[in-house]
Structures are given as structure tokens and as C-alpha cells.
Write a protein that binds this ligand. Structure first.
Ligand code: WT7
Length: 648
């Protein structure tokens, strides 16, 4: 495999960091050498109704079970215990909307609302073990719904509010949910998004849903279906309400979150109640070292794992104050984020490389217009961060004072797995490296035969040991769970390329599979191909990513139309529209090219790899298995044509 050492910035380990590194290593080594006593201690970051009998049951790999027979409740840990220990009046969430509207809710206020909504769910007949779907924008009802579901023991599945009807329908069908919680609509960059309408078309493709709860966010007129649709506010019981938190088993599912895989069908990643809670609370503490009166802002969407773990669960478990921002980062102006940092004196700020790259384009003026001195720590997640972008973030936003916590993790890992850790001892940072493993994580870099590669060589990143935040399984698909993640290397395979340098630092080098990272969003090429094919005009399609300076990757589609279809400009528009209306806007290809044929193997498999190589002007590799080599020439010509048109 190629040598990746040119990416590595070598940095002499200065003396002043030596103690920090030693302190980190001491704790890390303890976690690996004495895992039982380590987790016996660290699991107390959470309150348990009943202590576990065994820290780890690894008798049936890869179905590892942590904190066996332990009993707890996530909503209790997020709320009740803080109310009882002097944090009643502390601010839990500061909600800020795009237009500047603001709501501040204390731990007591959140507790009150969660109890009321939990009672409403019980009154609707939702009970322990049920599955519910949440399709909400970034409003307080989102964490309230998540916590109320956890309180009564119903596993929720949050569907990102940017997804379209068929993406929602697929998730409803896989989870067989009876209840969907949504809102009338929301705003995005000043535009109205009609969420309830999208839910209605999704439900038309499903059969399990009997109830839809609609929160009023923007006062949009919506059609309420008699007997099925109910307004959130109408369900809230009067008077004081207390719902006893269910005693959940450590290995009962807390939530299911669907994520893209290498087939058209998204994977339902199931997270546990116990291990997940222990993992997110500890990783946040270790990596960011939040102080009690800090203000934390994770500028992700609650609908993705980043928001689940680090907007909702970890900050609440730790009793912190956290910001929820509903809106776009450049609306109404490119200083939106910095205005919020200044106004709310944010101390810890966590975002994605794509967001930073987007803002870099507008220049330093916007951050420089604001007082950002409250910032103490900056974080990033979602894709590799280019060293130049890292430096801009560090210097312009952090005033060269704040460490950059580059957290590498995945939907499946529950929380950070590689990250610098302030609380354990901050080793010197190298721009672009996620540095070292979190306690309990044993990363290895392997070649295609499963052998460890030498330091400095690129390979496949695997995690050799189970960790508490590891997902339990894939919903309804235990075989796929084994096959996708464990069969290839006999360890948890991340799907990422990485390299370890001579100082032991890890560098992530992008996905090694058919998954795209577009603005930090994880999208499957085959999902997009399936959506394009479903438009009825298309015979064949190949989707792949091309490097993009801002988004990380852009989506490219090569399409062969069905015989007799008239090639015209409109078809491209309507294909884009079709993808927008089925999967959602984030999936819309940046470029669609029409060709007469795509390169295929003799068995009829479209060779996406060849199309991509030709498109990127790279050597297409072995094309001896190609059945129709003429198609390669055709793609070349199509690309030439595009280039000429771009020049005109
Ligand atoms: C994929 C997981 C985990 C929350 C957001 C994404 C990429 C994530 C980093 C990072 C380089 C990163 C990987 C990973 N990724 N963080 N710090 N450096 N790459 O969750 O949607 O499950 O995507 O995001 O490719 O496999 P996700």
C-alpha cells in the first residue's frame, strides 16, 4: 500500500509535555492491563439502580455485553440526580434559533417537561420495549422526546430532519414504529421546511404507524389526520406529574440510529443503555475536561450521533450547560457562530471541518468582529481536518490559546475512540492527527491480509478490543453485524484508512469503502444510486465522490438513460429533484453526467472504480475484466465535453 508518511508532520516532544503524556499513558495502560478494576471505577460516572454482576461478558463475540445485569435509567441520570444534588436551577439548555429567538431551560424545567411528555406517551399506550421515531428539528422538544422515551424504556430512533420521505419510510419500516414525533415545520436559512408534510408522504409508504405527535414550531397550517395525528401541546397533562423512570437493563437498547453502509439499506445501529452512557460521559470528561460552570456548544444536529451523544446525553449526564442552535452557520451572516459564542460566552466549542472550511472562505473579518476570548477548548469531528484548516481554527478562532480536540469516532462507536484528552494529560498536538486512543481502545493498522503494517504505512483501522460504548448489534440483522464489521479482520473494522506515525500518533486518511463523507455526513454511494434508478428514466448509474475543498467530497453521478429517452437539460434537473424529494437535500449529486454506457465486468457489475479513476484523471487500474472497454473512452469524452463547456 502507498506510503503515507508525507502527510505526517514530525514534532519533537517538548519537555513540558512529557509529564502530560506520561500521565495519559499511565491511565491508558491501566485501562488495557486492568480493564475490570478500571471500569468498576469509571462506570460510577453514572448512577445505577442496581450494580452490575460482571463488567464484561465476552463469551459470545462479537456480541459483547458490558455491565451485565446492571440496572439504570438514562433520563434519571440526565435529570433526577442533578435535581437532587443542587443543580435544580442550573441551566441545562440554551436554545437559540436562526432569527435570534432564545429559550433557556433549567434542569428543573427540563425535568418538569420530560415528566409531562413521558406521561403523555404512557397515556397513548407507549410502553417499555416499544420503538418510536423522532423526526424533529433542533428545538427543545427533540431532547425532551428523547429523554421521555428513555424514561419509560421505549427505544427511540431519531431521523435527521433533513431526510426525505423514502429515507424516513425505510427507517419506520425497519423499526416497525407505531409512533412518529414531528413538528409542523422549521426554518433553514430563512426558508420554511414543511416537516409534517414530509412525514405524511413517508407514512404513506409504511403500515405500522398509528399515531403522529406534532409539535408546533412555526405555526404552519398542517393537515391533521383524524384519529392519527395529535398536537403535542394537547397531550400534556395538567398539574404536577412524576413518571417513575423504568429500571432498564444495562444491555437494553437506548436508541437505534440508522447510518449508511455499503448496500442500499441503511444499518440500524443499536446502542445500549449502560455501556453507552458510561462511554459518552467519560469520553466527554476525558477529552474536553469541562468545568462545572462552562458553557458547551456542540454545533452538530441532534439527528446525528454527534448530537445524540454530545448535545444531549453526555452534557446532561455531566450536569453541564449546553447550547442548542437551530439554524444555518452562515445565516443571516457568516458571523452567526461567533456572534453566539460572544453573546453566550461559550467556553467549549465543537464543530466539523466542513463548517470551518466554509467560514474560512469568508475571511477573518467575521470572527475578528467578535470577542471570542471565552473560548478555552475547540473541538472537531466528522472528517479528517486539513492541517491548514486546523491552524486557522487554532489561530483565528482560538487566539492560539485553545487546544484543538480532533475527535475520531463513528455512529457505531457511540463516542470518541481516538482523541487528545485534556483531563488525562494533553500530549503535544499535531495538526490533522486525532492523536491517541481513549482508554480501553486498542487501535491497530492492518494490511489487506490482516497483518499489522509498519509505522508510517497506510492501512485499515481496526479496534481490537470491545469498549463500553460499542454498539450492541444491527437492528434485525445480527448476521450483517458480524459480516460487515468482524469477518474481514477478526476485530472491529472501522472502514477507514489510517496511519500511525513514529511517535504513535494516529492520522485518519478517509474511508476505505463505498461510503462518502459529504460535509461530514456519511452517505452510501449505493443508496444514492438506488434513488436515482428509482426515477424510472434511468437504466444504469454509477455514483462516487470527488475531492472538494469545502465539503470534503462532492457527489458525482454518471447516468445511462433508458432507451428512447430524449437527452436534454431538464432530465438532470428532474433527477436532482427526485433525489431531493426521496432521500433529502444532502444526497443531491453535485454533478450528473449522461453517457450511453458504463464500464462493466463480464458478469454485469458496473465498475464504479473505473469511472471514478477516469473522471479524476487517474490511471483506472486493472481493466482486464472489463466487458465493454469502449465505455471508458465514452466517459472520457463526456468529461472532455463538460470541461469545454465549463471553459465557455
Ligand atoms: C466516519 C463516521 C462520529 C461523529 C460524526 C460522524 C469519519 C469522523 C473523524 C475525524 C477523520 C473522521 C470517519 C468515520 N470521521 N471523525 N476526527 N477524523 N475522520 O459519524 O457519520 O458515523 O461517520 O466519519 O470516516 O468512519 P459517522
Amino acid at each position: 500500500m502507498e506510503d503515507a508518511s508525507d502527510r505526517i508532520i514530525s514534532l519533537p516532544v517538548e519537555d513540558r509535555y512529557h509529564t502530560a503524556l506520561q500521565s495519559y499513558k499511565k491511565i491508558y495502560n491501566e485501562s488495557i492491563e486492568e480493564p475490570v478494576s478500571f471500569w468498576e471505577r469509571e462506570a460510577n460516572v453514572i448512577d445505577w439502580f442496581r450494580k452490575w454482576e460482571k463488567v464484561l461478558d465476552d463469551s459470545n463475540p462479537p456480541f459483547y455485553r458490558w455491565f451485565v445485569s446492571g440496572k439504570l435509567n438514562a433520563s434519571y441520570n440526565a435529570l433526577d440526580r442533578h435535581i437532587q444534588t443542587g443543580k435544580r436551577n442550573k441551566v441545562a439548555f440554551i436554545w437559540v434559533a436562526e432569527n435570534g429567538d432564545e429559550k433557556i431551560v433549567s434542569y428543573d424545567g427540563l425535568y418538569y417537561r420530560v415528566n409531562k411528555f413521558a406521561k403523555a406517551l404512557l397515556d397513548l399506550g407507549i410502553k417499555k420495549g416499544d420503538r418510536i421515531i423522532i423526526y424533529l428539528p433542533m428545538i427543545l422538544e427533540a431532547p425532551i422526546a428523547m429523554l421521555a422515551a428513555s424514561r419509560i424504556g421505549a427505544a427511540f430512533s431519531f431521523v435527521f430532519a433533513g431526510f426525505g420521505p423514502s429515507a424516513i419510510a425505510e427507517r419506520i419500516n425497519d423499526s416497525k414504529a407505531k409512533l412518529v414525533i414531528t413538528a409542523d415545520g422549521s426554518y433553514r436559512a430563512g426558508k420554511v421546511i414543511k416537516l409534517k408534510e414530509i412525514v405524511d408522504s413517508a407514512i404513506a409508504e409504511t403500515s405500522s404507524v398509528t399515531t403522529v405527535i406534532v409539535a408546533k414550531r412555526i405555526g404552519l397550517e398542517v393537515q391533521m389526520q383524524e384519529g392519527r395525528d395529535l398536537w403535542w401541546d394537547d397531550l400534556i397533562p395538567r398539574g404536577s406529574t412524576y413518571v417513575r423512570p423504568e429500571e432498564m437493563d444495562a444491555n437494553d437498547p437506548l436508541f437505534i440510529l440508522y447510518t449508511s453502509g455499503t448496500t442500499g439499506k441503511p444499518k440500524g445501529v443499536v446502542h445500549s443503555t449502560g455501556g453507552y452512557s458510561v462511554w459518552v460521559a467519560n469520553t466527554m470528561k476525558w477529552a474536553f475536561d469541562p468545568k462545572d460552570d462552562d458553557r458547551w456548544w456542540c454545533a452538530a444536529d441532534i439527528g446525528w450521533i454527534t448530537g445524540h451523544s454530545y448535545i444531549v446525553f453526555a452534557p446532561l449526564f455531566l450536569g453541564l450547560t449546553s447550547i442548542i442552535y437551530e439554524g444555518a452557520i452562515t445565516y443571516p451572516a457568516p458571523d452567526r457562530l461567533w456572534e453566539i459564542v460572544e453573546k453566550y460566552r461559550v467556553n467549549l466549542f465543537y464543530t466539523s471541518p466542513t463548517a470551518i472550511r466554509t467560514l474560512i472562505r469568508y475571511g477573518k473579518k467575521y470572527p475578528e468582529d467578535h470577542d471570542l476570548k471565552s473560548l478555552r477548548v475547540l473541538g472537531t469531528v466528522g472528517e479528517p481536518i486539513n492541517p491548514a484548516v486546523w491552524k486557522w481554527y487554532f489561530e483565528v478562532i482560538g487566539g492560539s490559546r485553545t487546544p484543538i480536540i480532533d475527535t475520531y469516532w463513528q455512529t457505531e462507536t457511540g463516542g470518541f475512540v481516538l482523541s487528545p484528552s485534556i483531563a488525562l494529560g494533553l500530549a503535544p498536538l499535531k495538526p490533522g492527527s486525532a492523536t491517541f486512543p481513549m482508554p480501553g481502545i486498542v487501535p491497530k493498522i492492518l494490511d489487506e491480509n490482516g497483518n499489522e503494517v509498519k509505522d508510517g504505512k497506510k492501512g485499515f483501522l481496526v479496534l481490537n478490543k470491545p469498549w463500553p460504548g460499542m454498539f450492541l448489534t444491527l437492528n434485525n440483522e445480527p448476521d450483517r453485524f458480524k459480516e460487515v464489521y468482524f469477518n474481514r479482520f477478526n476485530a472491529y473494522y472501522s472502514g477507514d484508512y489510517a496511519v500511525k506515525d513514529n511517535d504513535g500518533y494516529f492520522w485518519l486518511l478517509g474511508r476505505a469503502d463505498e461510503i462518502l463523507k459529504v460535509s461530514g455526513h456519511r452517505l452510501g454511494t449505493i443508496e444514492i444510486e438506488d434513488a436515482i434508478i428509482s426515477s424510472n428514466d434511468v437504466a444504469e448509474v454509477a455514483v462516487f465522490g470527488r475531492p472538494d475543498e469545502v465539503k470534503g467530497e462532492a457527489i458525482i453521478a454518471f447516468v445511462v438513460l433508458k432507451q428512447g429517452f430524449d437527452i436534454s437539460g431538464d432530465i438532470i434537473y428532474s433527477l436532482r429533484q427526485h433525489v431531493r424529494e426521496t432521500l433529502g437535500p444532502i444526497y443531491v449529486p453535485d454533478e450528473i453526467h449522461l453517457v450511453n454506457a458504463l464500464p462493466k465486468t463480464r458478469s454485469g457489475k458496473i465498475m464504479r472504480r473505473v469511472v471514478k479513476a477516469v473522471f479524476l484523471n487517474e490511471v483506472p487500474g486493472d481493466i482486464s475484466t472489463l466487458e465493454n472497454s469502449a465505455s471508458v473512452e465514452e466517459i472520457r469524452q463526456a468529461i472532455e465535453l463538460v470541461k469545454k463547456e465549463a471553459l465557455r
